[in-house]
Design a protein around this ligand. Structure first.
Ligand SMILES: Cc1cc2nc3c(=O)[nH]c(=O)nc-3n(C[C@H](O)[C@H](O)[C@H](O)COP(=O)(O)OP(=O)(O)OC[C@H]3O[C@@H](n4cnc5c(N)ncnc54)[C@H](O)[C@@H]3O)c2cc1C
Length: 257
């Protein structure tokens, strides 16, 4: 529901109607993103119908600012559908990130053994599940031993401000590969439906970094004051306002005690 124009429309309530050219709308959205004026982004809403393995759903559900309605394993029979990673996605434990996998491939025979084992267990557990159901054991109990790789589905509704927060966390290389793949598809949808806001998100949040106080001290020592001129910065793609804000940031580093 909505798009870039809904963000602009909401913002103009607080900033006045004024001008309305495309470039001014773009500058306004980018200004809002830079300065964390987040509420206009809440005017855009997305509703997704998502099918996902339960282990991905457990990570996803931690994002509390969405509305969710999930398939019920108490009410309905769980589907005979399980996630199995591709052999190239079976990797060793990362040595640098305790929560993640490395880029190191695992020997092919171990990857294949793992995948085959997953499939055998999934089939066995589903067979047992069906058997419990046939003996009239309640669905809510019969399902409790199904694996985390079982697919579930849900409707997930969220506004753009909170979706950007989700994307920032789940597009990050430290997020688990499987949830990152979903985040990439959602990012593509946002890019197509709110192109200006998504570009601002990429520029000011996703691909930006913040510096701590100590890091600023280090930067202060490092910076060579060979700044491009005002005009050169405009040619590099900054707006006048961004150049002014950049000078303010630079002077902040310079005055940092
Ligand atoms: C790489 C990675 C690893 C993780 N590892 C773990 C782990 O090992 N164990 C684990 O338990 N979790 C883990 N998490 C989940 C993480 O701690 C967060 O719960 C999750 O990312 C959702 O973030 P959030 O709370 O900011 O988002 P949301 O729930 O969408 O909330 C957005 C913001 O709204 C505010 N907010 C929302 N609800 C409340 C509330 N009830 N009270 C106060 N403020 C609220 C907060 O400011 C919050 O930042 C991991 C997440 C990532 C990305």
């Amino acid at each position: 529901m909505g798009g870039d124009e809904s963000i602009v429309q909401a913002a103009r309530v607080s900033y006045g109607r004024g001008t309305k050219t495309v470039s001014e709308d773009r500058n306004l959205i980018r200004y809002l993103m830079r300065h964390c004026h987040t509420s206009p982004f809440e005017m855009v809403e997305y509703k997704f119908h998502i099918k996902l393995p339960i282990f991905v759903a457990r990570q996803w559900i931690r994002h509390r600012t969405a509305n969710v309605n999930e398939y019920s394993g108490r009410y309905s029979v769980m589907p005979d559908e399980f996630y199995v990673p591709s052999p190239e996605d079976v990797r060793t434990q990362s040595k640098t990130n305790k929560q993640g996998r490395s880029d190191e491939p695992i020997p092919e025979e171990i990857a294949n053994e793992f995948i085959q084992d997953l499939q055998e267990t999934q089939n066995l557990l589903y067979e047992k599940y069906n058997n419990y159901l046939s003996k009239e054991i309640a669905r809510e109990l019969a399902r409790i031993n199904l694996p985390l790789s079982t697919y579930t589905e849900w409707y997930w509704k969220i506004d753009l401000h909170n979706l950007f927060h989700f994307l920032e966390l789940r597009l990050h290389p430290t997020a688990q590969y499987e949830i990152r793949e979903y985040a990439k598809i959602i990012a593509q949808i946002v890019k197509e439906t709110c192109p200006i806001a998504y570009q601002a998100f990429e520029d000011y949040r996703l691909n930006s970094v913040t510096f701590s106080a100590v890091e600023l001290k280090i930067l202060k020592n490092m910076i060579q004051y060979k700044l491009p001129t005002f005009e050169e910065m405009l040619e590099m793609g900054l707006t006048k306002r961004e150049v002014e804000e950049f000078f303010t940031k630079i002077s902040f580093i310079n005055n940092f005690k």
